[in-house]
Write a protein that binds this ligand. Structure first.
Ligand code: FMN
Length: 368
């Protein structure tokens, strides 16, 4: 095919279009559909414990014999224990948890939502799992044990695991939001860098995609770069090539597919949204993340307290998300999404979307 390039050779795929790792949404069915159609499907495994990750990998392997990837988060602040430290003279995040739990409880009450039964362990207990140092490290052991074709670090630097993954033949990617971070991961000698700009859904850079991509390309020498953030159709992919990228890492556009693991009310919120439909807030994970505008993010904007750092804010937000999903409340938790969602008008099979993206890109490149 006309779009095939060096990035494709590295990843063993036909076209340089990659399904972004999206926690909970990029599950085996979606990832396999994208890989089977010639792109690269990446599992959004950030919240998967080791056993769940093993079973996701097995399911993906049962659905495709093509390369696929696993995306997890490796936030340096958590791995170095920085996020648990108390700011000078102030209470530690752990000490602030009860105040935020009370804020969340009142929010549920005001919104007429029922508090769900606790799904995750209390952040103070020994079994507290998700988004802790031990949790991230256990995920990496599964990535290595399972010899996955591709690994992507959605946050942080995969350097400590690089040698072992390389020995397995795993291609290693890292998502960056600044040239400084791109240089750090480039030094480790990984295979591909994803430059993800401010337009993107989920965890977010302060720098716009259009400005970030060429600066990362210039900074990392021979390492291929994938552009991410706001790329929703063939024009965006063609633009990524013009900026020096080898391909596109696409999230939100794949949320509007039949295979994406999202509630129907969330898919509808994407189709209904306009270019002004998203906001950046720390209210879900503790790090700035782009999401469809909602009342939980707004509540924090209007509150006297700021969201807690990762990983503590996830424990506060989790019951809100659960309650909203249970009640189909798009006004409370519609989900993460990027600024390109104004362009999304329908839900389609993932393979059809991939084919359309290829066709549009080829047309744009041929007629410019
Ligand atoms: C619903 C959703 C969940 C996401 N979860 C993750 C995640 O778990 N890990 C990660 O590295 N990036 C995550 N992201 C960011 C994507 O990997 C990707 O960089 C982003 O979607 C690209 O921008 P776009 O949505 O405009 O295409 C998420 C994005 C969305 C929309």
């Amino acid at each position: 095919m006309g779009l095939h390039n060096r990035g494709c050779d590295i990843l063993g795929i036909e076209v340089p279009i990659v399904l972004a790792g999206m926690g909970g949404a990029s599950t085996p069915r979606l990832a396999a559909a994208v890989s089977n159609a010639g792109g690269l499907g990446i599992l959004g495994a950030a919240a998967c414990g080791p056993n769940e990750l093993r079973s996701w990998i097995a399911e993906t392997r049962s659905l495709t014999d093509r390369p696929f990837g696993v995306d997890t988060l490796l936030p340096a602040s958590v791995r170095r224990g920085k996020s648990t430290a108390a700011p000078k003279g102030g209470p530690s995040p752990m000490e602030q948890v009860p105040r935020h739990q009370e804020f969340a409880r009142k929010f549920l009450e005001t919104e007429g939502l029922e508090e769900p039964p606790p799904r995750v362990a209390d952040p103070g207990s020994d079994e507290a799992a998700t988004f802790t140092k031990g949790f991230f490290e256990a995920q990496m052991e599964v990535v290595i044990e399972q010899k996955v074709p591709v690994y992507a670090a959605g946050l942080g630097n995969p350097a400590p695991w690089l040698e072992r993954m390389r020995a397995n033949g795993t291609k290693v990617l890292a998502v960056v939001g600044a040239v400084r971070h791109a240089r750090q991961v480039a030094e480790t000698g990984l295979d591909i860098i994803v430059a993800q700009g401010h337009d993107a859904g989920g965890h977010n850079s302060p720098i716009g995609t259009m400005a970030l991509v060429p600066q990362v390309v210039d900074a990392v020498g021979d390492i291929p770069v994938l552009a991410a953030g706001g790329i929703t159709d063939g024009r965006g992919i063609a633009a990524a090539f013009m900026l020096g990228a080898q391909g596109a890492w696409i999230g939100s556009a794949f949320l509007a597919t039949e295979e994406a693991t999202l509630f129907d009310y969330q898919k509808k919120a994407i189709v209904d949204a306009t270019d002004e439909g998203t906001t950046v807030s720390r209210s879900i994970t503790g790090k700035p993340a782009r999401q469809i505008k909602n009342r939980w993010a707004k509540a924090y904007e209007n509150a006297e307290i700021d969201p807690l750092p990762m990983p503590f804010q996830s424990f506060i937000a989790s019951p809100i998300m659960q309650a909203a999903m249970h009640a189909n409340r798009a006004d409370i938790w519609p989900g993460f999404a990027g600024q390109g969602i104004g362009m999304i008008k329908e839900i389609v099979p993932a393979a059809d979307l991939l084919k359309r993206l290829v066709r549009e890109t080829e047309t744009v490149l041929a007629t410019r």
